[in-house]
Design a protein around this ligand. Structure first.
Ligand SMILES: Cc1ncc(COP(=O)(O)O)c(C=O)c1O
Length: 435
């Protein structure tokens, strides 16, 4: 479809410079700390920037220790490995710590959340999503423990910066003696009220991870952290991340090692960004609220959160098209087809319209249970197994929640450098899609 020729969009001209989904926002101090690393010759995996960001993030999140790593995926890998070792003991060097074990995993998330389960030879069982926060559904998790009572590990992500229902999930985990790996890659700065006390995401699990990827609320260009209250766990992750050297004058190894430690240069970028975290969150919140206001009257809702017990970091603003307002829209493995109908639209139509005017959106994460790579893994909904549910003799069975969010939802341009005027145009483009 040529949107620029379509009369519904005749009032728009493409944005001169692209509106991004969420791009890095540098402030200048990053340069100072990078230069400092180079000037002092501390450019490797040791140095003041690393020490400082570990101290500062631990203070901000309210945990005892932070270990800075090359990326959030590395943090998730070592967190998952540590959990596996805690539960099932040390594995042989050629085996993962989760070999032969099931792990209950968030379903609507980036695959980096849950791939470390496979790195450690475990089997991910995907848990369906609830509608109140778009995160792991406690009712589905409860069902999963009925189906697989031996499971002892949960990997949970807070989607798009909105905290999951941690009180319920912690209660269920405790009742079954299970541990939680918390993926707070997208939610740094988001808070959850647990037993009447506000706790930062990144301090809610037993093994916790954040990311400084380029699209996150603050960035180091790359980078991530493992967060914990346990000194022993922090020391173990630091050791594993630097090739697992033993205390000997030569390279002596009793455990498998990794090259996952952050560089002092990348840490310099993070150091320069940290003072801006709260401002970035405030900007993202303003963007979310402007969309909320601008979409009044349209057949859409936005990514929800529980205002009583959580304060998101509003990393990405998303919308969900009302069921009745969905125009015909089908997706194959790599492409999508849609048709416009008056008063209706579809995620692909909106994303194409935004792209035509030089703005970036994105589909909701395709659920992990629908990904070709994990198609044969178990999937559990609040009703029980989510696999093999269709039946030629029964009409009208619904989609699981994750598949439904993927079918009707999308992520909007959420860059904190987008001006209010530019965002108003985005809102008008989205509105025009429904004309
Ligand atoms: C939910 C989630 N988990 C993990 C990651 C991985 O972080 P990194 O890119 O720093 O490895 C990301 C983003 O990149 C993410 O969005």
């Amino acid at each position: 479809m040529d949107f620029r020729q379509d009369p519904r969009f005749s009032e728009f001209v493409p944005f001169e410079s692209k509106l991004w989904l969420s791009s890095p926002t540098m402030h200048g101090q990053e340069q100072h700390w990078v230069d400092d690393a180079i000037r002092t010759n501390w450019v490797s995996t040791v140095g003041a920037n690393i020490n400082e960001i570990e101290k500062e993030v631990a203070r901000y999140v309210g945990c005892g220790y932070a270990v800075a790593l090359t990326c959030g995926t590395a943090a998730l890998h070592l967190a998952t490995k540590l959990a596996g070792e805690r539960l099932y003991g040390q594995a042989r060097p050629d085996r993962g710590t989760l070999a032969g074990k099931r792990v209950f995993c968030s379903d609507v998330t980036f695959d980096a959340s849950i791939n470390p389960v496979a790195y450690e030879d475990g089997e991910a069982v995907f848990i369906d999503t609830e509608r109140d926060t778009w995160n792991m559904d406690p009712a589905a998790l409860e069902k999963a423990f009925e189906l697989y009572p031996d499971t002892r590990l949960i990997v949970l992500a807070h989607l798009y910066g909105t905290p999951a229902k941690m009180a319920e999930i912690r209660r269920i985990a405790d009742a079954h003696g299970a541990l939680i790996v918390e993926d707070a890659a997208e939610s740094l700065g988001a808070k959850y009220r647990l037993n009447g006390k506000w706790v930062e995401t990144g301090a809610l699990g037993d093994f916790n991870c954040i990311s400084f990827n380029g699209n996150k609320i603050i960035t180091g260009s790359s980078g991530g952290m493992f967060l914990t209250d346990s000194r022993e766990d922090a020391e173990k992750v630091r050791k594993w991340s630097t090739q697992s050297r033993e205390n000997a004058p030569w390279y002596q190894h009793e455990e498998i090692g990794y090259n996952y430690r952050i560089s002092n240069i990348v840490a310099g970028v993070v150091r320069g960004q940290l003072p801006w975290l709260d401002q970035h969150i405030a900007q993202k919140k303003a963007i979310y609220e402007r969309y909320l206001e601008g979409f009044k009257g349209l057949p859409v809702t936005m990514n929800p959160y529980d205002a009583e017990s959580s304060e998101p970091n509003y990393w990405l603003s998303c919308l969900l098209i009302d069921r009745e307002a969905m125009a015909p829209h089908v997706r194959g493995e790599r492409d999508a087809l849609y048709k416009h109908e008056h008063g209706k639209s579809s995620p692909t139509e909106i994303l194409d319209a935004l792209q035509a005017f030089n703005a970036e959106g994105r589909p909701i994460w395709k659920p992990m249970h629908m990904q070709p790579i994990y198609r044969s893994n178990a999937f559990v909904t609040a009703e029980g197994t989510g696999r093999g549910r269709s039946n030629a003799y029964i009409q009208g069975e619904g989609l699981d929640v994750g598949a439904d969010l993927f079918a009707r939802g999308l992520c909007l341009p959420s860059d904190n450098k987008m001006t209010a005027e530019q965002q108003d145009v985005v809102i008008k483009i989205v509105s025009a899609c429904f004309d």
